[in-house]
Design a protein around this ligand. Structure first.
Ligand code: BES
Ligand code: ZN
Ligand code: ZN
Length: 477
């Protein structure tokens, strides 16, 4: 192996998972270079005897009492990135085996961090010399207490899940004109195997079903809107979970046109929808004991001669009418139909994921998903799934006092509230109108599905959030 990644804490003068003599030797080499154990830092040293490998990458894990699987995931992300930067082709990672975490969990987190950090979206670069180097092979070396079988199961699990995350990142990063609603529909159909079924409702179906929300938003575009339905059933299932994902393949704002700068990233407005498809890809392989229904209302949001207009009133699937006062609040309009449709089948829970509001970025930034819902038990379950995956979320309330903001004079609800007031909560309250008391969670991923700058193990662009957390949730249901 070209290189070996090892770990050390801030307060101990040793490296984890290697013999005492290797630990002494390598720690002092790293310390001489400046290694202090800070989380996120990596130092490269070259032992004279080339043992246990010609190059040793020493990564800091920070303070021992703050150690977590997420710290390890991030440290492995740093190791993989540094390895690529120095054009290494292979890297071994020695699992540190600390605290109460199982060898399986540590191996899995380590592989996840390294795999996710290695992602790059290079599909549309034509010159190969512009393509930055990536790691070709990663070896995860189990520490004490970890069997080979357990470690390889952990790595398989990590790569299966990271495969879905990568799939979602690729599609979020894809240019908008190459991923029209019908392209997503075909994609959903292409994963309909190994126990997954897909059904696409096209324009004529949507008309027949009375889905005035999706049709209204889709009207300004030359690309027809669709509602994609995916399903996965397990014979041992005790619960049925419906996943609903916003699939706006480009959000120009419509006639309430966005300023040019705000439109730059609006190819990402289908992140929720593609996340649902990505999750189903994983379900086909993981086969968890739960039934899952996926619904993706997908459309472009464009201005044009036929576009829906501020002042229009749309009738949705459950008969409720929406006064559209701003065509840029289109996500909630397409979700209204999809949520009402999902709720009518009475699942045990509905989870929607949507890049719904710019306001959630103001409130929580790029690294924390906004969680809202009508059932505290379900919210705790989802929060703990986020914690296990290392993705972050924070609950926002849905106070009934604010419902007044979406009261319309001429229809049942209007699609915007008071300017500058609790924008994400108003979005959540609007969606709540369509779930008909089914236990429901809304994830506002406008901040977290996309990052403008490189994060610990996501490079700029689509992040794949909340795929890992939702898979984690579905496996524990
Ligand atoms: N897709 C946007 C939300 C968004 C903004 C996602 C920034 C990612 C980054 C959504 O459709 C939208 O435009 N929402 C409006 C709602 C407003 C008109 C009530 C917004 O946030 O400004
Ligand atoms: Zn919008
Ligand atoms: Zn949008």
């Amino acid at each position: 192996m070209d290189a070996l990644g090892l770990f050390g804490f801030e307060e101990t003068a040793s490296l984890l998972g290697v013999s005492a003599s290797d630990s002494r030797k390598l720690f002092s080499l790293a310390k001489a270079e400046g290694f202090k154990g800070e989380a996120g830092s990596v130092w490269v040293v070259h032992p004279a005897d080339k043992r246990p490998a010609p190059r040793i990458l020493v990564a800091g894990l920070g303070k021992k009492k703050e150690y977590s699987l997420e710290i390890l995931r991030r440290a492995c992300g740093s190791l993989a990135r540094r390895s690529a930067a120095i054009t290494l082709k292979e890297l071994g990672i020695q699992i540190p085996r600390v605290g109460t975490f199982s060898a399986f969990d540590e191996a899995r987190a380590a592989a996840e961090g390294a795999l996710l950090a290695s992602y790059k979206f290079l599909k549309h670069k034509s010159k190969s010399d512009e393509k930055p180097s990536t790691l070709a092979s990663l070896f995860v070396i189990s520490g004490s207490g970890g069997t080979l079988k357990e470690t390889s199961r952990a790595v398989d699990r990590a790569s299966l899940i990271c495969d879905s995350v990568t799939f979602v990142r690729d599609w979020v990063n894809e240019p908008p004109s190459l991923k029209a609603p019908m392209v997503l529909a075909k994609l959903a159909q292409s994963i309909a195997k190994n126990g997954i079924r897909a059904n696409v409702f096209e324009e004529a179906d949507l008309k027949r079903m009375g889905m005035g929300g999706i049709l209204g938003v889709g009207r300004g575009s030359l690309e027809p809107p669709v509602l994609i339905h995916l399903s996965y059933h397990s014979p041992q299932a005790r619960r049925t979970i419906a996943l609903v994902g916003k699939g706006i393949t480009f959000d120009s704002g419509g006639l309430s046109l966005k300023p040019a700068e705000s439109m730059e990233t609006m190819k990402m407005d289908m992140a929720g929808g593609i996340s649902v498809i990505g999750i189903f890809r994983a379900l086909a392989k993981l086969k968890p004991k739960v039934n899952v229904e996926g619904y993706i209302p997908s459309s472009e949001n464009m201005p044009g001669g036929r576009a829906y207009k501020p002042g229009d009133i749309l009738k949705t699937y459950n008969g409720k009418t929406i006064e559209v006062l701003n065509t840029d609040a289109e996500g909630r309009v397409v979700l209204a139909d999809a949520l009402a449709y999902a709720a009518k089948k009475k699942p045990d829970a509905i989870i929607d994921m949507a890049t719904l509001t710019g306001a959630v970025i103001v409130a929580l930034g790029e690294q924390i998903t906004g969680v809202m819902g009508n059932n505290e038990d379900l919210i705790s379950e989802v929060k703990s799934a986020f914690e296990r995956s290392g993705e972050k979320c924070w609950q926002l309330p849905l106070p009934k006092e604010y419902k007044e903001q979406i009261k319309s004079r001429v229809a049942d609800v209007k699609n915007i509230g008071n300017r500058r007031e609790a924008g994400s909560i108003v979005g959540g309250l609007f969606l709540q109108e369509f779930v008909n008391d089914v236990p429901w969670i809304h994830l506002d991923i406008a901040g977290t599905a996309w990052t403008d700058k490189d994060l610990a193990y996501s490079s700029a662009g689509g992040t794949g959030c909340p795929v890992r957390s939702i898979i984690e949730f579905l496996e524990k249901v």
